[in-house]
Design a protein around this ligand. Structure first.
Ligand code: DP6
Length: 351
C-alpha cells in the first residue's frame, strides 16, 4: 500500500528551487487518539479544515549535501530542528531525491506561537505541500495531494487532515469511500450547506506549553482499559456524524461532537499515568455554552483538543448571538481576554 507513494518515474532535478505554500490547522470532530506502527491511526477521524489559523512556509532547496536550516520569520529556530530531522528521515523512502538537497526553511504562523494552539498540523502539512510541489516539478506531473497528506502524516498524524477539503476523513472506515489509514481524504461533499460556513471561535483558556505531548497521550492508549470500546465507538460516531453532516442535522452533530471531546479527555483521565488537561475555566465555559443553548436554542457547541482551550462551533447565521455571548460572558475566562475567530476553510494553497 505505502508503495504507491514510492517514486517510479525519472526525475528532472534542478540546481535550485524555491516554493512557498500555506496550510491551515484543523479541528477534529471524531478524534484521533491512539496509534500504531508508523503513524497509523487506531481509529478513523474526521475534521473541519480551518482557515485563519495557518502556517506559511517558504522552502529553498539547493543541490548539495543533505541538511537544512529552519527559521521563524527569518530568525533561526534550532529547537524546531529535531522534529524536522525526524520528518526528513521518515519521508526519505518516498522522496529519495531529498538526500541530494540542502533545504532552507522559513516559516510563519498566523496565530500566536504561545496560544496553546498546536502548530504541528499546519506546519507539517505545509512542509509536505512544499516537498510534494517540488517533486511534481521534478517529475513534470500534477501536484499529488494524497502524497502530500501521506507525507504530512509521517510528521504528525493530524497534519494529514490539513491538505485538501473542508471536511477530511483519515483512517479506514467501511462507510467512507476511499478512506485510508495512510492519508486523509477530502469529504467536502458530506457537507450540507448549513455546515459549509461553520465557525470555530477558539477561546484561549491556557496559552502555556502542553503538559503532556500528544505523542505520549497516544501511547497511553496501548493497553488502556477502555481502548477497544473507544476505537469501535469512533467508527460508530463517524457513521452517525457522516449522516448528520449530509442532512444538516445540527442536533446530532452537537451530540456526537461534544461526546467525542469529553471522551478524548475521559481517555486521558483513565490512562496510566492519568492526567487532566482541562482547567476550571474550561469547565466554566462548557457550562455557559450549555446554559446559553438551553435558554436561547442557538445551536452552538464545543469541542476540545489535547489542551484546555475551547473550540466553539456554530452556524454562520448564529454569529451575532455567539459574539454577544463571548463578549458578555466567555471572554472573561480567556487568558488576557484572548480568543481567535476562525471558520471552515479549504486546505493548503500555493502562495
Ligand atoms: C487530540 O496529530 O498531534 O488533536 O501524530 O503524535 O503528532 P502525533 O499526534 P497529533 O494528535 C492530535 C490529537 C488530537 C485529536 C485529533 O486531532 O484528531
Amino acid at each position: 500500500m505505502e508503495n504507491q507513494f514510492k517514486l517510479a518515474t525519472n526525475l528532472n532535478l534542478v540546481d535550485q528551487i524555491t516554493v512557498k505554500w500555506q496550510a491551515p490547522s484543523n479541528i477534529a470532530l471524531v478524534k484521533y487518539w491512539g496509534k500504531h506502527g508508523m503513524q497509523l491511526p487506531a481509529n478513523p477521524s474526521i475534521s473541519f479544515t480551518l482557515d485563519a489559523c495557518r502556517t506559511i512556509t517558504t522552502v529553498k532547496a539547493t543541490k548539495g549535501d543533505h541538511g537544512f536550516t529552519i527559521s521563524y520569520d527569518g530568525v533561526p529556530k534550532p529547537d524546531f530542528a529535531p522534529k524536522i530531522e525526524a520528518y526528513f528521515k521518515r519521508i526519505l523512502d518516498y522522496c529519495p531525491w531529498i538526500a541530494q538537497y540542502h533545504f532552507d526553511i522559513d516559516t510563519h504562523n498566523t496565530f500566536p506561537h504561545s496560544s496553546g494552539i498546536a502548530s504541528s498540523a499546519s506546519s507539517m502539512a505545509v512542509l509536505s505541500a512544499c516537498v510534494t510541489d517540488m517533486e511534481s516539478q521534478f517529475t513534470g506531473t500534477d501536484m499529488d495531494f494524497h502524497k502530500a497528506s501521506f507525507l504530512a502524516r509521517l510528521g504528525s498524524g493530524s497534519a494529514c487532515r490539513s491538505l485538501q477539503g473542508q471536511a477530511v476523513v483519515w483512517g479506514k472506515h467501511d462507510e467512507v469511500t476511499g478512506s485510508s489509514d495512510l492519508f486523509g481524504v477530502d469529504k467536502s461533499d458530506y457537507l450540507h450547506p448549513t455546515f459549509q460556513q461553520y465557525h470555530d471561535t477558539i477561546l484561549l483558556v491556557d496559552k502555556g506549553e502542553k503538559v503532556v505531548s500528544s505523542t505520549v497521550g497516544h501511547e497511553l492508549m496501548n493497553g488502556h482499559a477502555f481502548a477497544k470500546a473507544r476505537f469501535s465507538q469512533a467508527h460508530e460516531n463517524l457513521s452517525q456524524l457522516k449522516q448528520a453532516l449530509k442532512d444538516g442535522d445540527v442536533e446530532t452533530f452537537i451530540k456526537i461532537t461534544e461526546s467525542e471531546a469529553l471522551t478524548l479527555h475521559a481517555m486521558m483521565m483513565t490512562s496510566h499515568p492519568y492526567f487532566i488537561l482541562m482547567k476550571p475555566k474550561t469547565l466554566s465555559i462548557i457550562e455557559e455554552i450549555w446554559a446559553f443553548r438551553k435558554e436561547t436554542g442557538v445551536p452552538v457547541c464545543f469541542t476540545l483538543d489535547a489542551g484546555a482551550n475551547v473550540h466553539m462551533l456554530y452556524p454562520h447565521e448564529n454569529k451575532e448571538a455567539v459574539d454577544e455571548l463571548i463578549n458578555s460572558k466567555l471572554a472573561q475566562y480567556c487568558q488576557n481576554g484572548h480568543y481567535i475567530c476562525d471558520q471552515i476553510g479549504t486546505g493548503a494553497k500555493k502562495c
